[in-house]
Structures are given as C-alpha cells and as structure tokens.
Design a protein around this ligand. Structure first.
Ligand code: ATP
Ligand code: MG
Length: 500
C-alpha cells in the first residue's frame, strides 16, 4: 500500500516541492527512510511513531519505507514529520487517501501528537499556489504567514488527530485563523527628537532614508553616532506590499518571524555585533542559512564600531552592496539570497577615538591611525554615498530645544520617495540609491551649471566613475526632498560635502 503526500523543502528562501512516498508492505517490522534525509529527519521516525500511538491511532506493525523525492536534493529539518505520519495513516486505512492530492502538508510533531511551528511556511504557501495546490495544512502558529498568500486555503492545526480531521472534513475541523497580532511598532521606542545638535548628521540621516543611500558616521565617543543610527528605522517609510512579502519570506525561512504573526510591517533593523562571524554576516553553513545581510533585506544593516569587524566580513559586503544579493556556493548546491539593505556604519576616527577632537588630545601614533582607517578598504568606502564627521556637542546644544521628531522627518522622506518612484517608474528604479551609470543622468535632469560643477569637483577630488555617479544620485535625493524637478548646483554642492 502506497500513499503520496505533497510537502516542500527549503532551498535558500524558496520552497521546492517534495513528494513524501510512504510504502507499507508485509514483512518484518522496520522503518526505513531514503532520499538524502539528514539526521533530524531520520530522528523523525521516533517522533512519528510516538505521536501516532499517543494520539490514539495504530502504528502499522509492518515494513515501512519512506522516500523523500526528488532524492538528489538534500533535506533538513523537522518539517516532514506531519506528512510522514499522515502518509502512514493513509496506508493503514486510518485516513482516506482520496483527500490528500490537493493538500500540501508541513509541520513538526511532538511525542504527544501536538504540532510545533516550522520555518519557511510563507515560502511553502507561495510554492503551493505556484503548483496549483489549493490547500496547505500547517501548524496553527504559522497559519498567519501562510494566510498572507491569497488563493491558497490555509488549514491551521495543532495536533495530529485534528490534522486528520482537517483533510477529511475541513468544514467541521477548522480552527479559525488566529488574528495576527500587530508587530510592535519599534518607532514608538526611540525618536529623533532625542538627538540634540548634530544638524549635519541629522541631515545625512534624512537623505540616506529618502534615497536609500549608505551612510558612514565618524566621530569621537559619546557624540551620538549609535543614537542616530538606531533612529534611522524611525524615519524610513513602511514596507510596501511586495517588500512585506519578500522580507517576511526571509524571516520565515530564518525562523525569526514572531510566532503567530503575519507579515512584517516595519522594516527590519539588524545590528550584528562586531564579533559576528563571516558566516553570520553573509550567510552560509552546510545547508545554507541566511546571514545578517539577508535578514536586513528591505531594511537597515547597522555596523557599529565598523573597523572592529573582520576584514573578510567587511569585504564580503561588497557583493550584496552592489548586486543586492549574496551567492553562497556549497558542494551540494549554489544558493542566492536577497540582500537589499541600507548600510549605516559608525566608527571612531582612530583607536583612542579622539583624533581631531578640539579639546581632548589623541593618544594614537600616525601609523595606528592609518592602520585603523585602512580596515575599511577603498572599494567598500566607494560604495558609501554619505560620510559625516561628527564633533563633540557643546553643552548649550544639549539643553536647547529638542530637534525635529521622527514623524516630521519621516513625512518628508515618504514624499521624496513618492517623487522618485513616479519619475523613475519607466527606469525600473524605485529609489535613487539604486541609480547606476546608465540611469542616473536620466533621473537627475541636472542643469548645465550643475553638470559643470560636478565635472570640476570630479577632477579636483579625483572621484572614481562610481563615486561620480553616486554624488549625482545623492544630489538627486537632495532635490527630491525639496521637490525640485532638476538637480541644480546647490543640490550638488550639498551632495559633495558628504563625499569622504
Ligand atoms: N547628540 C546627542 N544628543 C543627545 N544625547 C547625546 C547626543 N550624543 C550623545 N548623547 C548621549 O551620550 C550617550 C552615548 O551616545 P552614543 O552611544 O550615540 O555615542 P557614540 O557616538 O556612539 O559613541 P562611541 O563612539 O563611544 O560608540 C547617549 O546615550 C546620550 O545619552
Ligand atoms: Mg557608539
């Protein structure tokens, strides 16, 4: 007796179809599993056996073979448990197999027959829709993710008996979809108004948010670098629908979506510690797992104390910064993860932190200073559009009126983004930070005095071709914040002062 159940396996952030074939035949009782399963899957034999017995079903006392097909794709994790158990029940006449063909099954079993959440349910629901499968049977804790995909019926279940009932008689068995709790608004916790002074850095933060430009803050300790960076998320526009789906798919695969929650609404803000390994930052592992750059997809990646990150990790940022994705090659396969993030980095000007400070002497030797600066390579700096040097804040600035609030600045950012999208719709570039050589001239509509200024500045500052285009893109954002249709000299002049 053979039963086949649809399920999926995660490859990168995509879910690929897997058929779980369960065969039960006469012979000595044994339970074999084939089709490149990893250790976690082989352990699922024990979970499935216990769950079936403890749910009041009978475990078939026969020779059982489970094949996970296609057999050449390595499979990992615990998400096949439920499908294997249901296959076994179908082969032993405890579940009507006629109900299985249009259902995709995903879930981890606990020994008592309960169903635990798994990773990648959103990607699985998308895969089901693509393959024309109309129903997905998923752990109730993941149901809100799956429900974000229209055109697929979600059957949320909390136990094996309920899963059996859900496929046999979906109308009566249905647990209602939990109301997804709103993701707590991170914006409520901190506000730009708390940052006193530092007008130039505040301005750079606004430009960075408006055009999605990478930003580097340099300054002595205690000047507000970390404070400013942590508030970047509060002035960014909310995720649009497509971005919500893409960012949520990443976090669903990584297992970092909050249990029971639907799609992400706030942009992700990732601030890995500088001791994070290269793999933690970029992604990797035997079965490739997304790294911080991917978890920051459509959001912010904040590298505090940036020179302290390993050179190798920093250099590896070049690919995602340029291509908005990372490719991880492993013996088994090559996986590409999306990685479109806004980079904000903070650093001191030297190891002691006080170089260039008006009152505090710097204790570093020139060699130390040079070596420190060199930890950020030229190619990396070339990809940073805005650099700001912060100075110490005078005491009267600290007690002055609070600055503009995040919501005021965010409004301007949102308007500037609207202008970019409307103008660059045909170019297929939603934000100025994504403008490249071919598109930046068209989008900028620079006046002739502005073009002349850029040419002079390029020669004087010896800008690379990339920097030349980046300056123009930043100027485009400055003009968009003002609502100016064309880039003029004052916009370019402001953009140039942020070039390191
Ligand atoms: N511009 C500012 N406005 C108000 N408070 C500030 C400002 N700058 C610094 N502070 C105060 O100093 C504290 C430290 O600031 P922050 O962590 O941002 O410094 P930093 O520039 O990141 O320093 P470090 O180089 O040591 O990391 C803040 O928690 C805040 O209390
Ligand atoms: Mg800091």
């Amino acid at each position: 007796m053979l039963a086949t159940i649809h399920s999926t396996v995660l490859v990168g952030i995509e879910a690929l179809p897997v058929q779980i074939e369960v065969d039960v035949s006469h012979g000595l009782p044994q339970f074999a599993m084939v089709g490149l399963p990893d250790i976690a899957i082989r352990e699922s034999r024990d979970r499935v056996r216990a769950a079936i017995r403890n749910s009041g079903f009978e475990f078939p006392p026969h020779r059982i073979t489970v094949n996970l097909s296609p057999a050449d794709v390595p499979k990992a994790g615990t998400s096949f448990d439920l499908a294997i158990a249901m296959g076994l029940l179908a082969t032993s006449a405890q579940l009507d197999p006629a109900n299985l063909p249009d259902t995709l099954v995903l879930g981890e079993l606990s020994l008592d027959g309960g169903i635990n959440p798994v990773r990648g349910v959103l990607a699985t629901a998308l895969a089901a829709r693509k393959r024309g499968i109309t129903r997905v049977l998923v752990p109730a804790a993941n149901a809100a993710e799956a429900a974000a995909v229209h055109g697929v019926r979600v059957l949320p279940v909390t136990s094996l008996p309920q899963a059996v009932q859900a496929v046999t008689n979906p109308e009566t068995a249905l647990v209602s979809l939990p109301e997804p709790p709103r993701q707590a608004a991170r914006t409520a916790e901190v506000d730009l108004a708390e940052v006193s002074g530092q007008l130039l850095a505040r301005r750079a933060l606004e430009i960075a948010a408006a055009g999605s430009h990478n930003l580097l803050l340099v300054g002595p300790p205690g000047t507000g670098k970390t404070m400013l960076a942590r508030r970047l998320g509060t002035i960014l526009p909310p995720l649009v629908v497509d971005e919500q789906l893409e960012a949520s798919a990443v976090h669903s695969v990584a297992g970092t979506l909050r249990a029971g929650s639907g799609l992400l609404e706030e942009r992700p803000f990732r601030a890995p510690h500088h001791t994070a390994s290269h793999i933690a930052l970029i992604g990797g592992g035997l079965i490739p797992h997304p790294g911080e750059v991917t978890l920051a997809h459509h959001g912010v990646l904040f590298l505090d104390e940036c020179p302290e990150f390993g050179r190798r990790a920093l250099e590896a940022l070049r690919q995602p910064l340029e291509e908005h994705s990372v490719t991880i090659a492993r013996a088994a396969r090559v996986v590409t993860f999306p990685a479109r993030f806004l980079l904000i980095a903070a650093m001191n000007p030297c190891p002691c932190g006080y170089r260039g400070h008006p009152t505090h002497p710097c204790a570093c030797s020139p060699v130390q200073v040079t070596r420190y600066g060199m930890r950020l390579s030229g190619p990396l700096l070339d990809r940073i559009d805005l650099t700001v040097r912060l100075g110490p804040i005078p005491p009267d600035a600290l007690s002055a009126e609070p600055g503009e609030s995040s919501s005021t600045v965010r409004q301007r950012v949102i308007e500037a983004r609207h202008r970019q999208r409307a103008r660059q719709h045909d170019l297929g570039v939603a934000v100025n930070g994504d403008l490249r050589g071919g598109t930046v001239m068209k989008a900028a509509q620079a006046t002739s005095p502005a073009i002349a200024l850029l040419r002079r500045a390029s020669e004087r500052l010896d800008l690379s071709a990339r920097s030349h285009h980046r300056v123009l893109a930043v100027a485009r954002t400055v003009a968009d914040l003002e609502g100016h249709p064309r880039v003029d000299t004052q916009h370019l002049a402001e953009a140039l002062q942020f070039r390191s």
